[in-house]
Design a protein around this ligand. Sequence first.
Ligand code: R5P
Length: 299
Amino acid sequence: MGDLRCRIMYILGGTSAKTIATHLGKRLQLPLLQTTYKRFPDDEFYVRLHDTIAGQDVLIVQTAYPDQRIVELFLMQDAVHDAGAKSISVILPYFGYSRQDKKFEAGEAISARAIAQHISMNADCVITVDPHKDHVLNFFSVPAYSCSAVSTIAQYLKEKNIDFVLAPDKGAKERAKEAAALINCEYDYLEKTRIDGFTVKITPKKLDARGKHVAIIDDIISTGTTMAQSIKELKKQGAKSVSVACTHGLFVGGAKEKLKDAECDEIISTDTIETEYSKVSAAECIAETLLKTVPQLKN
Ligand code: R5P
């Protein structure tokens, strides 16, 4: 396949990234490919492209989560490759499996690497949004880039008059710092210890949150445990309102109920995973990265 940094002419939007694909099409003035997607009676997926794309460049947009969507992505890549596309750029708004980015115990699969290797088979480049750890980009055998939705989230929070930003753990501190700088307010972070997939311990710490409208910002809300515990701590310390914001809203394992029980004032997520909380789009940061990395899209 050709060098990624060449042309992009068509967008192929998958079932898990319809909104972002549409936004990108409008923003970059690129046409969306016509497709048939369906499932057989046994639930296996079917992809058919209706346009002629031999010799053309294609941008595939598909969130790699949950498992079914990953298989869909592989089939989309196969169809585009088989149709003779000159280059395939894969946009993964959310890179599923990327949190298992190393062996924590002997004998484990490095899931991020396994998925990345398979995606790389029919790709010239990959772009993903706010990966949990940047080093997962190295698992792709083609050039891989990341972009951040933090400024888009911060813009939304600014309009909501947020005056304090909190990271629920040290790992999210830089994200909170960046958002706070854009909002022009203070930030801090909490100390979190993860016990298991469903349990975390938040160590109480004196915060300057009394009477403030606080936003807690993280890359992922999964079971909502981290956010729910952080909200409780902030409310105990006199915060006037507490909103939670993330790039990737998985909302599994009773997350919505946990956040409601913790009296969360607002839940905000991007559309890397489309939910009722997708109030801002990650499309702009993806578009900016494409404009920087693809020469013919540069102004
Ligand atoms: C982990 O370090 C991530 O940044 C998130 O804090 C984590 O995925 C949130 O998980 P949960 O919502 O299950 O507490």
